[in-house]
Ligand binder design. Sequence first.
Ligand code: ZN
Length: 694
Amino acid sequence: MTTAASDANPLLLAGWLPRYDLIQPEHVVPAIRQLVAALAADLDALEAAGPATWDGLVARLTVLSQPLNDAWGAVNHLTGVKNTPELRAAHEAVQGEVVAVYMRIGQSRPLYERLCALRDGPDFAKLDGGQRRVVAGILRDAELSGVGLDGVAKARFQAAAMELAELSTRFSNHVLDATKGFSLTVSHPSQVEGCPPSLRAAMAAGACAAGETAATPEAGPWRVSLDGPVFGPFMEHCRDRELRAQLYRAFITRAATGEADNLPLIERILRLRHQQARVLGKASYAELSLASKMAPGIAAVHGLLDELRRAARPKATAELADLTAFARQTSGEPALELALWDVPFWAERLRESRFAYTDEELRPYFALPRVLDGMFALAQRLFGITVRAADGEAPVWHESVRFFRVADADGRDIAAFWLDPYSRPADKRGGAWMDNVVDRTIRPDGSLRLPVAHLVCNQTPPVGDAPSLMTFREVETLFHEFGHGLQHLLTRVPHPECAGINRVEWDAVELPSQFMENWCYHRPTLDGLARHWQTGVALPDDLYRKIVAARTYRAGSTTLRQVYFSTIDLDLHHSYRPDGEESVLDVQRRIAADNTILPPLPDDRFLCSFSHIFAGGYAAGYYSYKWAEVLSADAFGAFIDAGLDDPAAVVATGRRFRDTVLSLGGSQHPLEVFKAFRGREPSVRALLEATGLG
Ligand code: ZN
């Protein structure tokens, strides 16, 4: 029986792309339940009988899981970019069932045993390297998710995994609620003195949306919030020290009180993770986490963090002394001691004085449409691909969302992606990310299902008639997410199980993204995207030189901060014991002593909004940013070595990067992929030099 498309549940429509124009919260529960049930029935059949072959087992499992993956991926995406109480409730209602069916695949003893038979059988040697890596990876993940457990141990393990999934959703909802829940409406012009026009406009727009319909950027009232595009600039520009202190305290105590308190959730999460690791025979959750990463072990990670700390700490100390001297002199207060809420403010003043430019001066040169043109031109130069706008050819979830197609040098379409560029604090999660929507798949009829990605940013939206005018950091973020996207979209691996970013180790995943950021400092590339949006004038030479100089500005402090976060993460997941003498906050204080110059406030609860490790995939993996930065800086070093001013050398190196890092994705160990590109193992030198710490 066929159902009219208009009556059908859009989450059940099998197409190339999700129907974001049709999906409503009420579709979620029935569709997901139906797909979970169908997958469970298919699993029954597969477990009962099925050959121990690649096609009959691994590829078959991919095909069977795809409808649920597609639908659940779309639902997850919408909770991130178009969150409503109804959608959140629907998501929560079925999440447990989805987790359970995925866990069943990961923990199926019959499937595990058949995979072992495949690995140990005569046909294994006939598989290609990518396939062998997939089989080994599935087996390892199955072991790490408790396939070897029986009886009570297995039931406990599964219950804990379900609870962990729920805790992570609650954690991130608390952060979202707390961020949305705080605001401060100010109406006296003295309180926004020093705030640039774009910030005033954003704050007036915020006040308008909150009911102060007469609010204007010039006369206020202005709504100060913890939303990224307001909070960051406000801390850098607001001259009212008390107001900055108030806002800072609100920021570092998000989700730390009352019903939305994340501290008990953190303790519970760490307890459950530790318990999981012990059951699997690992000493700690950190050991469990590293078992599937590029880093060979905890000592290697500590080694990198120690090396970075040694280089960064003295630099960071000197930077604070320099900043304090500057603040004392400028403010005329010879005894001024900088507090945590003063640092961003004075750092921005010092940057202005030393480099004599502001984010605001740069914004007019970085209009989103032009930045996109320049970024796509770079991709064409380096990788021989063409990106073209295809708005209207795919459904969108918001009118500002764009759709693009990617074609190879011969004109054939090879991929597509959505770009959701702007901040929408009311219903969109903060930060920026790339998601794979469709993996490159060869269908049974031999046709290709082209890879598709979401690129999501939270940059400043257009105000009035102007296009979105970006800060330089927002430009870098766009390049970053595009880099992730390229690895997903330019894959040539024929197996979706290891195509694109699939099966790429966590700590190597940031290689292409951070690599792309380097191009924002390359003059010819910048010339292609930085033009004054009204006059068309190119970015002046002195501004360019200052951007480059500013790149290593406060690099000691920035590096030390990342080492601080990475060390806390590793310690909480390796040494911390839920019933030990040290509390979570004790751990933070102890680590802060070695890894910060200005100690955190006694009531600092930044851990309560540290979503990366408590609600994201970075548990015992925050170090990955630095680990991958070593790889990305060294990869960009290949272009420097070849000669950035030599177009032929850049093209040749770009094609080699495409043929290795971007094409091979998860089909080989990242160290092998890196060596194939660079001709040797990675070295930390390039990173230290690029950040001025070498
Ligand atoms: Zn990234």
